[in-house]
Design a protein around this ligand. Structure first.
Ligand code: AHM
Ligand code: MG
Length: 290
């Protein structure tokens, strides 16, 4: 990463602008793309027509940015090389997080992480990360070393709502993924306890659920399961970017024993348990799993 500080910050600004503009196009193009295609993503999950299409838009537009050297997506097996990694960033995206919600017409998102190292990379090499949330309105959260900003998007244009998005002090909500029958006993008893303190909010798209935690405080998890030790979510495309956003918003993340940002990156599509939110609740979760 030999580029000058000015060029680096211009590239980061371009990446965020391109994602905001792509989000407007993605949202509009969801109509008529709610069905599955006859293919699986690299994690063995059914792909929706919208997943493939959103990935195509993001790959085309992000890889064209001068200063983006690698593009990788939850929907593609390999890293797409598009520049000199010695002199550019690697961008990892989940083009449509929660796309199974297309069937029930519920919330979805686009997640992105901009890494300073070739992929797969540690969350410690993230320089910017964030997400777009396709709710009743489109919002975007962007985290960098200065903190977390939230924008409303209209036609791809960003309007700043706050440049200091921080978790509220009194946590209110929780949401845990997977089937309770597959949770290890320690997760089950942790949830038994916190459900007497917090309100359940689970919508089936990590981004929607994480944004509730960012708005109200609390904890979101897609935990370790007895059937799948590493849960469902992927480190490069989901765990790291969301762990970074939560940290910069004053909370923290964990894989059960350590910050997600400290999990060793071994494979592009590796999975990890994800626990993110208010520090007190993530700390208690780790203690419950000890
Ligand atoms: P996706 O990125 O392929 O849509 O999968 C990730 C999603 C998360 O958004 C969400 O937390 C989880 O899958 C929900 O899974 P489940 O339907 O098994 O509860
Ligand atoms: Mg996802």
């Amino acid at each position: 990463m030999a580029a000058s500080a000015t060029r680096r910050s211009e590239t980061l600004e371009s990446i965020v602008n391109v994602i905001a503009r792509s989000a407007a196009e993605i949202r509009q193009g969801l109509v008529g793309r709610r069905g599955a295609v006859e293919a699986e993503n690299p994690s063995g999950e059914v792909q929706m027509e919208a997943d493939v299409w959103a990935d195509g838009i993001l790959r085309r537009r992000l890889s064209a940015i001068d200063g983006v050297a690698q593009y990788a997506s939850e929907e593609e097996p390999e890293v797409f090389e598009c520049g000199d990694i010695e002199d550019g960033f690697a961008v990892a995206v989940d083009p449509l997080d929660g796309s199974s919600n297309l069937q029930s017409n519920n919330t979805m998102g686009t997640i992105f992480g901009v890494y300073d190292q070739p992929l797969p990379a540690s969350g410690r090499s993230l320089v910017t990360a964030g997400f777009v949330l396709y709710g009743p309105i489109i919002t975007m959260a962007v985290a960098n070393e200065e903190g977390v900003s939230e924008y409303e998007l209209s036609g791809g244009e960003r309007t700043l709502i706050t440049d200091d998005l921080t978790l509220p002090e009194d946590p209110v909500v929780f949401g845990f993924g997977g089937r309770a029958q597959h949770w290890p006993p320690a997760i089950e008893s942790y949830v038994e306890t916190i459900r007497t303190e917090l309100k359940l909010r689970y919508g089936g798209a990590m981004i929607g659920d994480v944004n509730q935690v960012l708005s109200y405080g609390g904890i979101f998890a897609y935990p370790t399961l007895e059937t799948h030790e590493n849960g469902k979510l992927r480190l490069q495309f989901e765990g790291n970017p969301i762990g970074y956003v939560l940290k910069q918003a004053g909370g923290r993340s964990s894989d059960g024993t350590r910050s997600l940002l400290d999990v060793e990156a071994t494979e592009l599509h590796q999975r990890t348990p994800v626990y993110v939110g208010s520090t007190e609740y993530v700390d208690r979760l780790e203690a419950a799993l000890e």
